[in-house]
Design a protein. Structure first.
Length: 80
């Protein structure tokens, strides 16, 4: 492990100010991109409901659907 630490120390000593500045600027650009994406993600709804049932005219009967104006509760799959 001593040799590894020695090599790391040498590598760090050989980094120029210009190289370090470029690395810092690169990290700042990446952080800015992440912040932009994070704002988009935060504006997305937490829950999306998708009705997977298909509709056909045969399903459009008054016997098993809500009366006009009553509505339908998709969460419980029942007429209101």
């Amino acid at each position: 492990m001593g040799k590894v630490n020695e090599l790391i120390g040498e590598a760090l000593q050989n980094i120029t100010e210009k190289e370090w500045t470029e690395c810092v600027q690169h990290v700042i650009r990446i952080e800015e991109e992440y912040l932009k994406k994070d704002i988009v993600v935060e504006t997305l709804p937490e829950e999306i409901l998708i009705n997977l049932e298909t509709y056909s005219e045969a399903d459009d009967s008054d016997t098993d659907t809500a009366s006009e104006g009553e509505g339908y509760d998709y969460a419980t799959n029942t007429a209101r």
